[in-house]
Structures are given as structure tokens and as C-alpha cells.
Design a protein around this ligand. Structure first.
Ligand code: ARG
Length: 566
């Protein structure tokens, strides 16, 4: 039942103000003691030329609303507070769930729309650092979430496989290539060479100049350079794939920056034709002041080389043609905000408004390990693969003494689940200190805690040996406080997913799952589930089943698996 709609209609009938207008003002109070829905009457004070308190009292006196649904109406400080009858909450929650069961949470609101989620996008021959882990985890969650709502969803990995760093590596390889064995830990070795060549570059201008020349050669398709570049790329992908495998992720496209290298001329041509390209110290730039961006966007450097932004622009043209997308999300750190603002502004000269309207930089804050910030340039990085494996090992230690089968699998599910949840636990724009120990705390607000609660629902159902039919349930048996509280959360799952999509903010689901898990824990402690009262047992089992589905589907959306036992 649409309680908001029902209340809005009843208020509209008394006040002669449209139902839609009323509906948008109806709130869900933070405090339970203020009812289930609340209408702030000051919203109508101007229109009705009366004080909020008078309006509230007036509405209360004259409103006609089904008493079986709304059991009580209170006036508090100019607010009208509505209390939905408990039986109705139980019934509505069950009906909502019953229509979808295991599919609960899915929808088709995205039907006919295409969403591109560009995420992960690490740089070849450079370590995959914990910032990349964060985009990978956020991006994959968004990918799952959009897909679950019927959007045609594609995951794109915009590999950083182009740029001056490869020229630097080629120069390094020429000098020291024979010193290394690349058959193992290749990225470490490439990274080591990269550090060495960078040091040399800062000591010796000539080396830096050589690197610039080599980059030009690479762009012009020089055979020796291209072969080496391919080798670096392959070696790097082998290592990235280990991380993707651990996380259970695959991409629909791995077209990196290099893929767009022969598609950039069109960008330059269109901008030129439109008179948008201007010379600045030998470089070609687009002035964006009229769009409120002070820094011009460089399109071509003085030596004729393209830059990062040019490839992003070529990618936008390509993606508009290839995918005809409705949204294209870029899950990239906040330090690239100016870059994307510039790229999106220039894109307005290249593709239809339909496409530029769909571009969004989904940025996230800084992430660091407790030890201090890492930088790949200086060489003190933490390997993400090691971090993931450490999480699995630690999870294994925790479950070692438990009587469960498949400990390896469970350790992987819990360890990886802990890392994923930790990265999604807070609003993405917040800076984060990634603490593995905290992430693995089974009693904290963590992935393992929610997994554990999901496992508990499974074992309760297993012990009972059946799931009752929804139409046989007696809703009067679940009107106690802990059941109502849990059911209110459970029936909100769909809204939570929609809010998540509106803000591209997976933490909305993470926070919600914490609420559901805690609320189930409370429900479980307050209520004996298996009992002599069959009706009581049935409805409690059914609520347990609903909780199982919500926790499982919710975790899966985030990219987290639920073990059978833990
Ligand atoms: N490779 C870049 C990095 O590691 C991220 C790429 C972001 N995506 C883009 N379309 N520019 O910083």
C-alpha cells in the first residue's frame, strides 16, 4: 500500500491543495515517537493564510482517512503525525516482498536505458594502488545496482596504457632491461625501473628530453617501441587480472587510452572547425571561461603530442556512437575534478546535449593506509593483491576453530567481503583511512557482521526446515516493537536502491544493511522464533526469510558473497 499517497490524498481533500504538492512535503520522521509519516503544515501557511498550528488542527478535525490503515493522528508543533496501524505495516511489508521473493529489490525502472560505468582504470606498468581498489569496488557496486534495476549496463575499464610514462619505461628498459627477470612480480620490476628513470630524469634534463622524443615515436607507431609497450601491457594485465579474479569482477570493455590514439584527430578537427581551438604558447587549447572554468583545456601540446584529456574526448565521441548511452559514469578520485569539468565542458562542442547531460564524474575522497600516504612515483606502495590475500589469511585465522566446511572458500568470501564493505561503508566523498583490522571486526559495522547475520537467518530457516506460505500468515502475530521496526526497514529496500542510484552512492545500501542486520539481531534476541505457537513461529520464520533475502541481495549488489556457514 502507498501510505504516502493515501495520506496526501486525504489532506488534499480537506485543503483543496493538489495531492502531488502535498505528497512531496510528507516526511518520514526520524524519531519513532513522531509517527510513521509527518506533514509539516508550515508548508501551507502562506497559501492558506493561516498559522501552521491552526492548519494542523483544522486538517485533523476534518480529515477522512481509513482508520484500519491510519490508526492515529497527532498534532505536534504544527506538524501532523500519522501512525500507520501495525497490522497494516506487517501486511504491506509481506505483500511487497511476496510479489518478488528471491528477486526482492529488483525492478525494471531502467528498461530501455543504457548506463556506462567506467571504473578501475589502472595504469599499465604501475602498481594497482588502493585508490584503484576503491574505484574498482565502487564502480562494480554501481554496475551491479544499475543492472538490477533493468538498465542495460556496461562496465568499462579505461586502462591507462598511454602517455609519457611508457616512453620513460622504454628508455629505462633500454638502459637496464637485462638486469630484471620479468617472469615474476613484473609490475614491481617495471615500477622499480620507473623510479630509477624518474630519478635520472630529474638529475639530467637530456634524459627527460629523450623520453619526450621516445613518446613521440611511440605515438607515431614505431615498431620497437610498440612491441615493448605491448609487453608491458601484457605483464601488467596478468597482475591486474589476479586482483579482478579475487574480487569476482570482469569488464565488458578493456579499451584503454591507447585505443583512442587514432581517434583524436576528429576531436581536433571539430574543435578547429567550430573555431574553439586557440594557440597558447605553441599548444592548442580550448578556452572555457564562458562555461565558468578558468583553466583552459589543453588539447594538443606544443610538440604535437596529445594529452590525457584529448583521449577522454575521443572516448566520449566513440561511446556516444557505439553505445548511444543515457549515462556515462566516471568513477575516479576527486583529485581529477578539474580534469572532468574541463572534459565535460569541451565535450559540449563535440556531441549532442543528450550525451553531455549524461556524463557524471562520480568522485571519491582520498584513501590511505594507517601507515601514511603512498605514492607510486617515490616507490613506497602497498600491493593491493597482498592486501586482499592478507584479508583472506586473517579471515581464515578467525574462522579456523569453527566447525564449518570449505574453510578456504569461506575465508575468501569473508576476507574479500570485509575489504569491499570497508570501501563502501561511508559516503564516497569522505577521506578514508583503510584499516584492515577494523574491516574484519565481526562485531563492528562491517561486511563480516552483515554476512554473519545473513548466515544466521539461513541457519534459523534450516533448523525449522520450511518456509511458510505468505497467505497463511496471521499479521496480528508480528505487531511487537522489534518486528515492526525490522519490517519497516525490509519494506524500504526498493526506495533505498533508488536513492542509491539518484546519488550514485553505494554507501546508502551499506548503511541500510547495517540497520537491517542490527534490527534482525534485536528481533532475534527479543523473539523466540521456534515455538509452540505455530502462527507465531510461521510469521517469525517468514520475517527471517525476508531478512535473508534482503541481506543476501543487498550484499550481492555491493559485490559481496554470503557464505553458507561462518
Ligand atoms: N588511469 C587513470 C588513473 O589511474 C584513471 C583514468 C580515469 N578515467 C578517465 N576516463 N580519465 O589515474
Amino acid at each position: 500500500m502507498d501510505f504516502k499517497g493515501l495520506i496526501a490524498e486525504a489532506i488534499s481533500n480537506v485543503t483543496n491543495i493538489s495531492k502531488e504538492e502535498i505528497k512531496q512535503f510528507i516526511e518520514i520522521p526520524k524519531e519513532e515517537s513522531n509517527g510513521d509519516y509527518s506533514f509539516p503544515c508550515f508548508r501551507l501557511a502562506k497559501e492558506l493564510k493561516n498559522s501552521p498550528v491552526n492548519i494542523a488542527n483544522n486538517i485533523k478535525e476534518n480529515i477522512k482517512i481509513d482508520e484500519n490503515v491510519i490508526s492515529k493522528i497527532d498534532v505536534v508543533n504544527g506538524y501532523l503525525n500519522f501512525y500507520v496501524s501495525k497490522e497494516n505495516i506487517v501486511k504491506t511489508a509481506i505483500d511487497k516482498f511476496e510479489s518478488q521473493k528471491e528477486e526482492y529489490g529488483k525492478s525494471n525502472i531502467g528498461e530501455g536505458k543504457t548506463v556506462l560505468v567506467e571504473y578501475s582504470s589502472p595504469n599499465i606498468a604501475k602498481p594497482f594502488h588502493i585508490g584503484h581498489l576503491k574505484t574498482t569496488i565502487i564502480g562494480h557496486a554501481l554496475y551491479n545496482i544499475y543492472k538490477s534495476q533493468g538498465f542495460k549496463t556496461l562496465g568499462l575499464n579505461h586502462l591507462g596504457d598511454y602517455g609519457t610514462q611508457f616512453a620513460k619505461l622504454i628508455e629505462a628498459y633500454k638502459r637496464w632491461g637485462t638486469e630484471y627477470d620479468f617472469s615474476e612480480n613484473a609490475i614491481d620490476k617495471l615500477a622499480d625501473m620507473y623510479v630509477r628513470i624518474n630519478n635520472l630524469c630529474s638529475e639530467d634534463e637530456n634524459v627527460l628530453e629523450e623520453c619526450r622524443e621516445t613518446f613521440k615515436k611511440l605515438e607515431d607507431g614505431d615498431q620497437y617501441c610498440t612491441e615493448l609497450w605491448n609487453r608491458f601491457k601484457e605483464l601488467s594485465l596478468q597482475e591486474f587480472n589476479k586482483i579482478y579474479e579475487l574480487l569476482g569482477i570482469s569488464f565488458d570493455s578493456m579499451n584503454g587510452e591507447a585505443f583512442y590514439s587514432d581517434k583524436m584527430q576528429e576531436v581536433i578537427d571539430i574543435l578547429d572547425e567550430k573555431g574553439k581551438l586557440i594557440e597558447s604558447k605553441g599548444a592548442k587549447v580550448v578556452n572555457l571561461e564562458d562555461q565558468g572554468i578558468e583553466t583552459p583545456c589543453i588539447i594538443q601540446k606544443a610538440n604535437g603530442s596529445s594529452i590525457y584529456a584529448t583521449r577522454d574526448l575521443a572516448a566520449i565521441i566513440y561511446r556516444s556512437r557505439t553505445y548511444d548511452f543515457d549515462k556515462c559514469l566516471y568513477v575516479v578520485g576527486e583529485e581529477q575534478r578539474l580534469h572532468f569539468a574541463q572534459v565535460f565542458a569541451v565535450a559540449k562542442y563535440l556531441v549532442d546535449k543528450k550525451y553531455t547531460d549524461g556524463l557524471e564524474h562520480v568522485y571519491y575522497g582520498m584513501i590511505r593506509l594507517p601507515e601514511g600516504k603512498m605514492s607510486s612515483r617515490k616507490g613506497n606502495f602497498v600491493k593491493v593483491e597482498d592486501l586482499l590475500n592478507e584479508a583472506i589469511t586473517k579471515a581464515r585465522e578467525i574462522i579456523e576453530q569453527r566447525e564449518i566446511e570449505n574453510k578456504d572458500l569461506v575465508a575468501k568470501q569473508v576476507g574479500i567481503g570485509a575489504v569491499i564493505f570497508e570501501d563502501l561503508a561511508e559516503s564516497r566523498i569522505k577521506n578514508q583511512v583503510f584499516d584492515l583490522k577494523e574491516a574484519l571486526n565481526f562485531n563492528g559495522e562491517t561486511g563480516p557482521y552483515i554476512q554473519y547475520m545473513a548466515v544466521r537467518t539461513k541457519s534459523v530457516l534450516e533448523k525449522a526446515g520450511y518456509i511458510p506460505e505468505a497467505n497463511t500468515l496471521n499479521v496480528n502475530k508480528a505487531t511487537d516493537e522489534s518486528s515492526i521496526k525490522l519490517l519497516k526497514y525490509l519494506m524500504n529496500f526498493g526506495n533505498i536502491i533508488i536513492n542509491t542510484i539518484e546519488k550514485n552512492e553505494p554507501s546508502i545500501i551499506s548503511r541500510y544493511l547495517i540497520d537491517v542486520a542490527k534490527s534482525y539481531s534485536n528481533f532475534y534476541n527479543q523473539n523466540k522464533i521456534l515455538s509452540d505457537d505455530k502462527e507465531m513461529q510461521d510469521i517469525r520464520l517468514y520475517i527471517t526469510y525476508m531478512t535473508k533475502v534482503v541481506l543476501t541481495n543487498g550484499l550481492n549488489l555491493l559485490g559481496i558473497e554470503v557464505p553458507d556457514k561462518m
